[in-house]
Ligand binder design. Sequence first.
Ligand SMILES: Nc1ncnc2c1ncn2[C@@H]1O[C@H](COP(=O)(O)OP(=O)(O)OP(=O)(O)O)[C@@H](O)[C@H]1O
Length: 357
Amino acid sequence: MSLQVRYRLQRGAFRLDAAFEAPGRGVTALFGRSGSGKTLLLRCIAGLEQAEAGFLRLGETPWEDSGTGLRLPPNHRRVGYVFQEAALFPHLSVRGNLHYGLRRTPAEERRIDEAQAVEWLGIGHLLGRRPATLSGGERQRVAIARALLAGPRLLLMDEPLAALDREAKAAILPYLERLHEVLPVPVLYVSHSLDEVVRLADHLVLIGAGRVQGSGPVAELLTRLDLPLAHGEGAAAVVEARVAAHDPEFHLSYLDFPGGRFSVRAVEAPVGARHRLRILAKDVSLALEAPRASSILNVFPARVGAIVEEGPAQRIVQLEAGGIRLLSRITAKSASLLGLRPGLELFAQIKSVAIID
Ligand SMILES: Nc1ncnc2c1ncn2[C@@H]1O[C@H](COP(=O)(O)OP(=O)(O)OP(=O)(O)O)[C@@H](O)[C@H]1O
């Protein structure tokens, strides 16, 4: 099952001409600068914008096709919509707000029951409270639960954390991560924070000036040298790894990925648990031979995929290590001294590995 989206429209001087296909489950991030058209695209999907041309299909179900004149009205699309600011009814308690969503959903359309949503979002202790007495993060969790109870087949989230401060963001992220694991419906998550995308999303749609610049699994898009994500200070690869063992003597954990075993600072997760790792391009150095005496614990055999210039003094190198893509940022001089070229076998040394979840 997949979600197919294609929209074309003009608003003032802005042209949206965007098409992408995303998996029918998990979190797909729509990522792009402010003003790139993410909200407009989400509104098209919700049926709130009349486009010149539009096509929307979730699995086998078409929702819109300007070729045939099909255009389901918003209330027939079964989308849940969560905005930057939670729009809760101030005169109703949290329970009342949740029931509002539930009442409007025919029994056969309900896919998530109240107890389940309350548990996933951790709002059981808030049920009797009014929205005005909740923190921004709590309000947002209630808004998400309410959206889930309305039986959506697709959940749209438009920068749900943008209005929260750092602490509130950090507090709500684990709930979103949990949802990501358990939610039976796909989520389109608009964000311009790469940190959020890397933590939450499986699939990434990169939007720039109203167009889709790239769409694919997060790990793949982050390391595509033709896209802006692989350039600049924050350029990084994401690796899915699994906890293999803990080493209490040195306070380390060992995490396996298809290209080898990472040593990272101890994580509080059982053996077998999945962890995403983020490896910044600037933390990856290259050597033609495996170092024999080095303080760097993470050294993996790798093959050079491609090399591009990053200004006059630096190069970004795309590497392949056991089926995983990494990026390395090195000086142009080092690239020349090592004789880097596509296909060269070498060793990637990783100075520091960030654990993402
Ligand atoms: N009704 C309208 N009339 C004129 N211009 C519009 C209209 N609606 C949106 N735009 C313009 O379209 C562009 C895309 O807007 P949109 O809200 O989709 O961006 P965004 O990527 O969601 O931005 P942000 O991250 O800041 O929310 C903006 O330049 C906006 O000013």
